[in-house]
Design a protein around this ligand. Structure first.
Ligand code: UD2
Ligand code: MN
Length: 574
């Protein structure tokens, strides 16, 4: 039910770079990436008056300091709104929508000048059931910190929200406070974030599209550094560095030291890779990024449509950051992260699940579409990770997507992997490595007992229970895998063992596998028979049976403690 994109109605894309600058280099120079030195007047784009005025502000959450609600009577409402949004909505309501932020930029950024002539922008905020004050603060931060002459338009795309007050609140607010810059688009039905961004892009009138989530705050002088590379080369797309707004106290955390590049594994989990050393000589300069994080980026409007926008058959969310990133690189463009451009985003905390918008595996279908069109022979490595799922997915009609690739004479996926992400194949070998160990995990001190789910799922603690007969192929509740990614995964399920604390007797939980290491990073120390949890420091898994009840936690490793020793059903000795 998505409308076809209105590509035909748009003027054909003209590569304005050819007149001024050669296209991006085909091979990365050994000296690393540098934007060409272009002629042209430069100016200091800072709005010092606004920055000074911000310094004088005082109040809750100002300067991005952590805030809290003190009134005990409001705790219950606070919790309720927290669970609804995955962030502290009540606290958000108490913090000014015009609040100041800390200037977290690297020192070199604070004095840098950028081209005087930059393209104007449409900022596109997409939202589905967004907490109103968080949305307003996003809009105000853009209005307050963007040079007026560059801010052509703000597009708000309401993706079929069904919170009843939100629509009225927004209409009233927009007509009263910002009728001129703001355009509101309403999807009658929820299309998901891909469909929402496409609808926003269709009404955008700016030369450059800036896509944002609806719970962000831009920092001082965020725009000129983001636009300059695009002004120099219209086939460059740029991403700001994404700072973190704490979901519980709204602190602005901008502890950026050095960037990281985006990547993915063969299950399409988003992964981080280090910045190529040749690109990180000056940490304040743009560096090449194989895959954008997804939500926050800038791209020329004509280049976006020339690439076909997003594939409009990608449903709801999932895979879109890969599709667009592959296209940008493979079809003659370049994706850069811009350390001097900082935008903070609220990464959600725990929240009540929202109803699933579809009754089929839309993420899997999206991934298959992306793999089919862009990944050539490498798509098989994706499918082989989960053949049952992928064999049963019909990716749908791909002719229009393949035609884009053909028309633009895009390069191969093999080229992309080798030239854009030369470290990728080594980090994520296409042929899956075997598990390090699998089967039942038997405690040495309580030898009749094995690690067990206690017949529970995610967000529950694991326990110890009478061991299965067959230790290499135990029953479901006792079947664990120590995977090549060093997670301790429940076989056939998507839960991994997760420990959130480093203190004594810290609980071992089952949590949805995130594949990012951290609290889910484990290894087996064969010499000691330890299951070591090593997020930063190291702790050992320990089991104890008291009054017939088996509990599992982590403690400081102690070679004399048999409760920390585990016999594993099957250990791969290769
Ligand atoms: C991250 C990205 C997000 C997107 C997503 C997964 C960042 C900071 N965020 O999301 O942009 O790439 O990963 O693909 O990189 N929304 C709709 N319709 C929907 C669902 C969501 O409009 O049906 C909006 C939502 O209000 C928000 C945006 O889409 O503005 C992204 O959703 P999110 O914030 O819930 O997801 P997040 O930040 O985990
Ligand atoms: Mn978000």
């Amino acid at each position: 039910n998505l409308q076809p994109t209105r590509r035909a109605a748009r003027p054909p894309f003209q590569d304005r770079s050819l007149a001024r600058e050669p296209p991006p280099e085909e091979k990365p120079q050994p000296t690393g990436f540098r934007l060409p030195d272009v002629e042209g007047e430069r100016r200091d784009w800072h709005d010092y008056a606004a920055m000074e005025a911000d310094k004088l502000r005082s109040g809750l959450g100002e300067h991005g300091l952590p805030a809290e609600i003190e009134n005990p009577d409001e705790k219950e409402l606070e919790q309720q709104m927290y669970r609804k949004n995955g962030f502290n909505g009540l606290l958000s309501d108490m913090i000014s929508v015009n609040r100041s932020v800390p200037d977290v930029r690297l020192e070199q950024c604070k004095t840098r000048k950028y081209l005087s002539k930059l393209p104007n922008i449409s900022v596109i905020f997409i939202f589905y059931n967004e907490h109103f004050s968080a949305l307003l603060r996003s809009i105000y931060s853009v209005i307050n910190r963007t040079p007026v002459e560059l801010l052509k338009q703000i597009v708000l795309v309401d993706d079929g929200s069904d919170w009843d007050t939100l629509k009225q609140q927004l209409d009233d607010y927009v007509s009263l406070h910002f009728p001129h810059v703001v355009t509101v688009v309403r999807n009658v039905e929820r299309k998901g974030l891909i469909g929402a961004r496409l609808e926003g892009a269709k009404v955008a009138t700016g030369e450059v599209l800036v896509f944002f989530d609806s719970h962000i705050e831009v920092n001082y002088n965020w725009l000129p550094p983001l636009l300059e590379p695009i002004a120099i080369n219209p086939k460059i797309s740029t991403c700001p560095i994404v700072d973190i707004i704490d979901h519980s106290n709204f602190a602005y955390n901008g502890g950026y030291q050095e960037g990281s590049r985006g990547g993915f594994d063969w299950r399409f989990f988003y992964k981080q890779l280090p910045v190529l050393p040749e690109d990180s000589v000056d940490k304040s300069q743009p560096f090449r990024n194989p895959v954008m994080m997804g939500g926050l980026f800038a791209i020329r409007t004509d280049f976006f449509w020339d690439l076909g926008g997003y594939d409009d058959e990608l449903d709801i969310w999932g895979g879109e950051q890969y599709e667009l990133s592959f296209k940008i690189w493979m079809c003659g463009g370049m994706l850069l992260d811009i350390p001097c451009s900082r935008v903070a985003h609220i990464f959600r905390g725990p929240m009540d699940p929202r109803p699933n918008p579809r009754n089929y595996n839309f993420v899997g279908r999206n991934h298959k579409r992306v793999a089919e069109v862009w990944m050539d022979e490498y798509k098989e490595h994706v499918y082989s990770r989960d053949p049952q799922t992928y064999n049963n997915i019909d990716a749908g009609d791909l002719t229009r997507q393949r035609a884009i690739r053909e028309r633009l004479q895009c390069k191969s996926f093999d080229w992309y992997l080798k030239e854009v992400a030369p470290d990728f194949l080594k980090k994520f070998p296409p042929v899956e490595l075997p598990n390090y160990a699998s089967g039942a995990f038997q405690n040495v001190a309580f030898a009749t007992h094995c690690l067990d789910t206690m017949n529970l799922g995610a967000h529950n603690a694991v326990g110890l229970y009478s061991c299965a007969e067959n230790r290499t192929h135990p029953q479901f509740n006792q079947f664990w895998l120590l995977t090549p990614d060093r997670e301790l995964r429940h076989n056939g399920a998507s839960n991994c063992l997760d420990v959130q604390d480093m203190h004594a007797n810290a609980t071992v939980w089952m949590w949805s596998c995130h594949n990012q290491g951290g609290n889910q990073f484990w290894y087996y120390d064969r010499a000691h028979k330890w299951l070591v949890h090593a997020p930063n420091g190291k702790r050992c898994m320990e089991g104890i049976v008291e009054n017939g009840i088996g509990t599992v936690y982590t403690n400081e490793c102690d070679p004399a403690n048999d409760r920390q020793k585990w016999e594993i059903g099957y250990v791969n000795n290769e």
